[in-house]
Design a protein. Sequence first.
Length: 480
Amino acid sequence: MDERRLPSPCVVILVGAGAAGKSTWAAERFAADLVVSSDRLRALVGAGEDDLGASADAFALLETVVSQRIARRLTTVIDTLGMDRERRLRWLGLARAAGMACVAVGFDTPAEECRRRNRSRVKRIPADVLTSQLRAWAVARGELPDEGYDDVLQPTAVRVVPEAFVAADEAVARQSSEPTRLRFGLQLSSYPGGRAGLSGFVREVAAKAESVGFDAIYVMDHFRQIPQVGRAWDDFLESWTTLGYLAACTTRVRLGTLVSGITYRNVAHLGKIAATLDVLSGGRAMCGVGLAWFEAEHKAYGWPFPAVDSRYALLEDALQLLPVLWGPGNKPFHGRVLSVPDTTCYPRPLQERLPLLVGGSGRRTLRLASKYADAVNVFGDVAAVRERVEYVRSLTDRPVEITHLSTTLVGSDVDGLVERLRPRNQNPARYAAAVNAGTVDDQIGRFRELADAGVGEVMIAVPDFDTLDDVGRVIAAFRE
């Protein structure tokens, strides 16, 4: 049976007579915390699930719980008979107001099957009550298609996934029937294990990355951990020194920063560092540069943090200076803000052109990249990436490659990974969306969609390095 992917978060309204299988279906496909059941609430406010005298209080509580969950944009499965059209439309309206998808699942179980199941229950639904429910279902079945849901489903296999994976099955099929190639880079954004074990950790991760098929390893260019990833006092290695170590630990992968803040070093010195890495790595270096954004880091280290316009001027000069520095001779360079009297840099890089990658998705950055860079790294979903690709293509006929960075959590037990790795106070669904948590097929579909949008290389940061074997299975799909 094909699995239907529903976007996270969403509202799922179950509709059907008693003994039609609603509660069983919901329990098999959703975590208990996501299901709001009128029977369970009847037991909570009354003497048990069959305490019909508690029904009014149970439904009042259900309305409160459903309203509050949807207001918090939490996936909510509403397990009631679902026959009351007014209630269904109210839940649909709440979902729309919260910007959430809403689907109805109709349980068109044959009447005789419902009666047979009911007879096997310890606590049976009275026969006349069940007959009334079956009649009500016949009416509701005709109403559902016209009520405005995102879809009306049969009780098939479903899974709630981050928005990036909703259409993954179609993209997986395309990759299987018409495969395309895509390069993969691993971004090191954290260094766990304690300082005594850091060299071993980096060496082991590098070896694993090469063995599972990564094309490149990138490191963040910061001097302390960024708040999006961890704490300022977490162990964090200097980028270009780490790349030099990686050059000795690896034989095949390309190596670079993603990306070096243009304010962190004298630009000519940066060019010398990159050239040295290229020579010592056998021609595997890539130089990533960006505007620099982390003001607190500048203040902590006593560096000036120029205004945006000044940093753009510095970045533009750097993109012109670096190729001159890596070229033959020693001619001077004079830009808008940079002046280098002598561009001697020997040994020159082994690569005829050491690739320059610019990081950033803003139009001003994209314009600079289209004019000077070999590649530009962008963020965002497929629609945003496609828009940025089209913009770059409209600016130049130069072969500027588009790369894409995202956090990627992949495994067979996605829910288990999310529960183990998420911060204690973070909603599981939001964490799953933030780290793009999905199965191997989910990721194949997501990356195929990015490839179709014009991306040539995807860089991924992994929240759990134990998942690299599963990442290798994703990579393999783009090698065949």
